[in-house]
Write a protein that binds this ligand. Structure first.
Ligand code: HEM
Length: 491
């Protein structure tokens, strides 16, 4: 193994870990802001409880997202100095905008939101969480614009003397079709994940209170108002997931068209399509021989790939062999490069992303039907199944990124810079192995802290939330006002 391989593993591991928190933060910021708005408009104590309860879970995720995001930036300087030299001029602008406009906005107003309860006027306090939500989503746009540029580089020219890409048109970078399309798709995935997070937490609380009582001890008396609260949040999470599911399918279709246009090798590899076809089918299950370049078994839905990739059921989709030939002819200076990414990984990542993601969406749609009117399912396994929606969504997101990033290989910037040319020249295998071990250990500890915190807050539940004095809260509050169950971080 070479330093390059290990550096790629390190980037992959830290990115996947970071991206467990990102979609939750993007989606939960808006859900919490919407819950607080509902409280502001109706004065119902239930919404205040939900805001504070899910607000805490959001804050834990937010903190983890920030910490793990900083590590991502270290990597550019550590293992990818040649890449940083090449893209630095172009990425400087969107990443500075992210820090100055979006991240400062988020971090300032999140502080005001945390400490401003009962101190700031209600409207101002509500505005704070909306600014956090807008900042979080703006942040995502700038980062994704930089990422999209690597798949479809625009608004730049390469300086022949320095060998660096120089920004010529920032607007072209920010309005790149790949940027806004990726943004819509990632935000859809984020809302599916956050919706299913709310569903999973609510289902867990309902399961415990319905079948085991509040304390988790069989025979305990169920907590009526918590039941109503979590029934409402369960359905809210399901509505969010169902709507985001429609956006994911729509934006995913657009992503597939851009992928076929800008990265035809990625499309062909994700479908194990060896030779170009008109009216190509979407593969459901294939077993093949990558060395030989053929499939032994390939079960397909006729014409669906052509529709996904070209918006025309009879459209032509290029195959792996065609694109390899074209790229070799286009880049003679690169020598004998195998332009095929890891076909097996791409093929399965594509299917798992769609399958797991849409299974979570289907679960929510079925859940909305089962909980219509005042109905509630009376089988514990149904609540357990609802909890499984969350790992399904996280897996779909991770597979989406694996498809995007591994599918771009061997390029780090499509058509401009090969990944092998982006690595830091002076960093050896031992150094990368050392930092990789360090990050893995650190991330292991962080995972335990995060899981422990989430578990404690979810278990403690929202009943410690006392109604605001001037609240006009409805009298369904059954809180005893004691917050002893919550270890810290009570705001
Ligand atoms: C009909 C369903 C879907 C289709 C057709 C679809 C299509 C795609 C395509 C083609 C890409 C690769 C884009 C590229 O590399 O240029 C992608 C990436 C991605 N997908 Fe999906 N997807 C679907 C559902 C989902 C769901 C349900 C989720 C999450 C819950 C999800 C999360 C992601 C993520 C995080 C990425 C990486 C970011 C990006 O490149 O946009 N996708 N998807």
């Amino acid at each position: 193994m070479e330093a390059l391989d290990l550096a790629r593993w390190q980037f992959g591991i830290t990115t996947v870990y970071h991206f467990l928190f990102v979609p939750l933060t993007i989606g939960l910021s808006v859900i919490v802001a919407a819950l607080q708005t509902a409280w502001h408009r109706t004065g119902k104590h239930q919404y205040l409880q939900a805001t504070k309860f899910f607000g805490k879970l959001f804050l834990i995720n937010f903190a983890m997202g920030v910490v793990t995001g900083i590590v991502q930036e270290f990597q550019f300087g550590m293992n990818w100095s040649e890449y940083s030299r090449f893209v630095g001029d172009v990425f400087g602008a969107p990443l500075a905008m992210e820090a100055l406009l979006a991240f400062f906005l988020e971090s300032t107003f999140i502080g005001l939101w945390i400490f401003g309860w009962d101190k700031l006027p209600r409207r101002v306090h509500l505005a704070c969480i909306w600014i956090v939500a807008i900042g979080t989503n703006l942040s995502a746009y700038f980062i994704l614009a930089a990422n999209a540029w690597m798949r479809h580089p625009v608004g730049f020219e390469v300086n022949e003397e320095t060998g660096r890409a120089q920004l010529t048109d920032i607007w072209a970078v920010l309005s790149n079709d790949q940027a806004w399309s990726t943004y819509l798709h990632v935000v859809a995935g984020a809302f599916i994940t956050a919706g299913l997070f709310v569903v999973a937490v609510s289902a867990f609380k309902l399961l415990r209170s319905r079948y085991y009582g509040d304390s988790g001890t069989p025979g305990d008396v169920p907590h009526r108002s918590e039941h109503d609260l979590f029934r409402a949040t369960l359905r809210t999470g399901m509505v969010v997931t169902a709507l985001a599911g429609a956006l994911a399918a729509f934006s995913g279709h657009h992503q597939a068209q851009l992928m076929a246009e800008y990265e035809p090798m990625k499309t062909a590899s994700a479908e194990a399509l060896w030779d170009g076809e008109e009216g190509a089918g979407f593969s459901l299950f294939a077993v093949g021989d990558i060395e030989d370049g053929r499939n032994h078994v390939n079960i397909q839905i006729p014409k669906l790939l052509s529709f996904l990739a070209t918006n025309d059921v009879n459209g032509e989709v290029a195959g792996i062999n065609d694109v390899q030939r074209d790229l070799a002819a286009e880049h003679p200076g690169n020598g004998e490069v195998d332009y095929r990414p890891n076909i097996a990984v791409l093929y399965w990542a594509f299917r798992v992303m769609i399958g797991f993601g849409l299974a979570g969406v289907a679960l929510s749609v079925a859940g909305l039907w089962l909980t219509r009117g005042s109905r509630m399912p009376d089988r514990p396994w149904m609540y357990r199944l609802a909890i499984l929606g969350l790992p399904a969504a996280l897996t779909a997101n991770i597979c989406g990124w694996i498809l995007t990033e591994m599918g771009r290989q061997p390029w780090v910037v499509v058509g401009e810079l090969l990944t092998a040319a982006g690595v830091s020249p002076g960093v050896g295998l031992g150094s990368v192995a050392f930092t990789l071990t360090g990050f893995t250990l650190l991330y292991g500890v962080l995972a335990v802290v995060e899981a422990g915190l989430l578990w404690r807050y979810v278990k403690a539940g929202p009943s410690h939330v006392v109604p605001n004095k001037e609240d006009g809260a409805d009298d369904s509050d059954d809180s005893d006002g004691a917050d002893t169950a919550v270890p810290a971080f009570v705001y």
